[in-house]
Ligand binder design. Structure first.
Ligand SMILES: NC(=O)c1ccc[n+]([C@@H]2O[C@H](COP(=O)([O-])OP(=O)(O)OC[C@H]3O[C@@H](n4cnc5c(N)ncnc54)[C@H](OP(=O)(O)O)[C@@H]3O)[C@@H](O)[C@H]2O)c1
Length: 305
């Protein structure tokens, strides 16, 4: 495992995303929620993963419960998020305390605003975050799905660094490499890359003839639901496979290695099985050459924009 050491925190470059836990939209079923999910967390700890990401909306709190139960009092850096429906300062504080109840551990290491609110002033959320930091309920404040300007504004309103911005970052969605990652690298901040495998697309398990199951990946907003999009991704899957062959690695591992080759980036892939988790953890030790990295980026740009 490789780590990012920042502000005295020892953060694994590959973490574990837990949206899948307790979430019917992924369609993994009861056996997953009642057994495999906890086994994934315990194995992650054994493999040196220290970063675990959840949110109050994942499985309507079930993900936090499963994660907290499996972690027990293990040493880990746990990140959760509040969903800003009506984010007054008081609501933000109350929701953090509810997350602590479900997680069964305190403080929350990193508490993130899940999405920017289209209408409510950002100052409300940041006042709530300030209170949480001051009372010791959370250790760091973070944001998610924020552009650079909004991230910096959140920092001004908080009067302190907002440690991280969690955004979609993978070979298909490369935009964070333009502004967010350079800002993080230059200012001791972190970009947390969600959907680093493009929800499984970059594993090579899917093709126009083999679409994934589950509501989440079959809705029209998702590239995995479109045969045309999957067809366009096939040259990239081929390139991932080719690069992987020279390293004895799978396409998914190469896709993760591409993400964490960027400075101050931590990837948080989700996992359906313990075996997937093990492969994802091992990807932390796969170091791509500059040529391999550039080649994959070029193939992605050429075929997927
Ligand atoms: N902040 C936000 O708005 C936001 C949004 C989305 C996600 N997230 C966070 O980011 C985490 C990860 O994103 P994600 O779950 O959307 O997508 P992802 O990590 O790109 O994809 C996860 C899926 O890929 C497949 N997979 C994982 N490891 C694999 C391996 N080694 N080989 C082959 N297939 C593998 C599994 O699905 P199958 O085996 O079923 O194909 C797994 O469920 C989430 O759990 C959540 O914590 C945050």
């Amino acid at each position: 495992m490789r780590y990012l050491d920042i502000y005295g925190e020892h953060l694994s470059r590959i973490g574990l995303g837990t949206w899948q836990f307790g979430s019917s939209e992924w369609g993994y079923g009861d056996d997953y929620d009642n057994g495999e999910a906890a086994a994934i967390v315990r194995r992650a700890l054994e493999l040196g993963i220290t970063v675990f990401d959840t949110a109050e909306i994942y499985g309507r709190g079930r993900s936090e419960q499963i994660l907290g139960g499996a972690l027990g009092d293990a040493d880990a850096f746990v990140a959760s998020k509040f969903f800003p429906v009506f984010p007054t300062p008081g609501t933000v504080v109350r929701h953090a305390h509810q997350s602590i109840e479900r997680l069964g551990r305190s403080p929350i290491d990193l508490y993130q605003i899940h999405w920017p609110h289209p209408h409510a002033p950002l100052s409300w959320s940041m006042r709530g975050m300030r209170r949480l930091l001051d009372e010791g309920t959370i250790r760091y404040a973070g944001v998610s799905n924020f552009g650079l300007k909004r991230w910096q504004r959140a920092e001004r309103l908080l009067g302190a660094p907002v440690l991280s911005n969690q955004v979609q970052f993978n070979l298909i969605r490369r935009k964070p490499a333009d502004l967010l990652i350079p800002y993080a690298a230059a200012n001791r901040r972190i970009v947390i890359a969600y959907s680093p495998l493009a929800q499984g697309l970059l594993s090579g398990a899917y093709s126009p003839d083999r679409l994934p199951e589950g509501f989440r990946r079959r809705n029209p907003a998702n590239p995995l639901s479109s045969k045309r999009r999957l067809a366009a991704a096939m040259p990239l899957i081929g390139a991932l496979r080719e690069v992987g062959e020279s390293h004895g690695a799978t396409p998914a591992q190469v896709a993760l290695a591409w993400v964490i080759r960027h400075p101050n980036v931590i990837a948080i892939p989700g996992a359906r099985t313990v075996e997937q988790l093990e492969r994802n953890a091992a990807a932390a030790d796969l170091i791509l050459t500059a040529e391999e990295h550039a080649h994959l980026t070029d193939v992605a740009r050429l075929n997927l924009g």
